[in-house]
Write a protein that binds this ligand. Structure first.
Ligand SMILES: [Zn+2]
Length: 399
């Protein structure tokens, strides 16, 4: 095996990563998916002394677990980044050619999250000193460095789930701390909300529109339920509140019902989204929703309903005093000359799955903007800074 230079440049690598399309196929069916980017990263890491496991339980959505085993007696760190990007249908300019302008690098995925991926790859290589360790694939650190480069974060998170299943089967790769490298403007994201999606199907009885009294109007169920969900939303908004995340929410996302203008609607289906706070679990959230539905619909005789739980993802909350948070905080402060701010996000990330697997973690990544929009950029400075801060963090945590 040939070891490649240890001074890889994260910005040059970012240009290369952007040039390899990795649009999630579950978001854009004609996209090529993550395979080409996974192949590139697998080769890149292999050439630098990392063991690379290729996981692909879902065909066409590969996930990599790469690791450099330590000399022994140190802690294991996990760095997680996603390979996929959202689609490019209306992207301004060539989405797969990174363009530099005034300290910003434009292109699909620069911000979310190939900028962080480039920083993670170069930092892990520098910290493990693998340019000299390639022969026995052993890091110069005491602890082990594990990288998960996952598919499908932008849709169903099958990549992080598959990587965590793999890591759970390998006691030697058990992580003592993790960083999920979603963009965070080089601030420490220590909490975010979870979500739960439900589908409610209400079934009445069709009748001719001229004699509605002979039918059971399923849309009447929706009209009864909407104000009930509204008052639930108001009571959530007033507490109890989370100090960083504020309140949970509930709202109706879709309604579909009725067949034509002259028929009493025999059915009506509603999708309900509940955003949750740390400590709220699927069972409690569903029980509360069932109570609201029961009270709203009970007065409508003969209307039946069925509630299905679609997807439930837990909220995330880090221990601000955990070793991994402290390591990132002090590495960032050493590099930037001031302590990084703490923050919380309204949206969900794979960090909740990592934390749920019992691995202390935080979200920490680049600065920029335009995630999922038609103009996306990352600041070059933040990619370079992140590389240094991750390098320091790895050495501190695993040294
Ligand atoms: Zn992302």
């Amino acid at each position: 095996m040939t070891a490649t230079s240890g001074d890889d440049d994260p910005l040059a690598l970012l240009h290369t990563l952007v040039a390899i399309p990795s649009v999630n196929r579950r978001l854009a069916p004609d996209a090529t998916g993550e395979t080409a980017l996974a192949q590139f990263c697998s080769r890149w890491l292999g050439q630098r002394g990392f063991h690379v496991e290729w996981l692909e339980a879902q065909s066409g959505s590969p996930t990599l677990v790469a690791y450099a085993v330590g000399t022994g007696g140190g802690r294991t760190i996990l760095l997680n980044g996603h390979l996929d990007t959202v689609g490019v249908a209306s992207f301004e300019g060539d989405p797969f050619r990174a363009v530099v302008d005034d300290g910003k690098i434009y292109g699909r995925g620069t911000f979310d999250m190939k900028g962080s991926l480039a920083a993670m790859l170069v930092a892990a290589t520098r910290a493990t000193g693998s340019a000299t360790a390639a022969d026995d694939k052993r890091s110069s650190l005491r602890g082990t460095v594990v990288l998960t480069l996952v598919a499908d974060e932008e849709f169903g998170s099958v990549g992080t789930e598959e990587a965590l299943r793999f890591l759970a089967s390998r006691r030697d790769l058990h992580a003592d701390g993790a960083i999920v490298l979603e963009p965070s403007s080089l601030e420490l994201t220590l909490a975010h909300r979870g979500f739960a999606w439900f589908e409610l199907e209400m079934v009445g009885r069709a009748a001719h529109g001229s004699q509605p009294e002979l039918g059971v109007d399923a849309i009447a169920g929706a009209s009864a339920l909407l104000p009930a969900l509204d008052s639930w939303a108001k009571s959530l908004a007033t507490g109890p509140l989370h100090e960083r995340l504020g309140s949970g929410t509930v709202r109706v996302a879709t309604i579909a019902g009725g067949v034509d203008a002259a028929t009493v609607a025999p059915s009506c289906t509603i999708t309900i989204e509940r955003r949750t706070l740390p400590g709220e679990d699927a069972a409690t959230v569903e029980k509360d929703l069932r109570t609201v539905i029961h009270h709203a619909l009970a007065p409508i005789s003969e209307l039946t309903w069925d509630l299905t739980r679609l997807v439930v993802r837990p909220a995330f909350e880090a221990n601000p005093h955990s070793e991994i948070v402290s390591a990132v905080r002090s590495a960032a402060e050493a590099h930037q000359g001031r302590p990084p701010a703490d923050r919380a996000e309204p949206f969900w990330t794979d960090a909740a799955l990592v934390a749920d697997a019992g691995i202390p973690c935080l979200v920490y990544g680049v600065d920029g903007g335009g995630a999922h929009s038609d103009r996306e950029w990352v600041t070059a400075d933040s990619v370079v800074a992140l590389t240094t801060i991750l390098d320091t963090t790895i050495r501190d945590f695993c040294g």
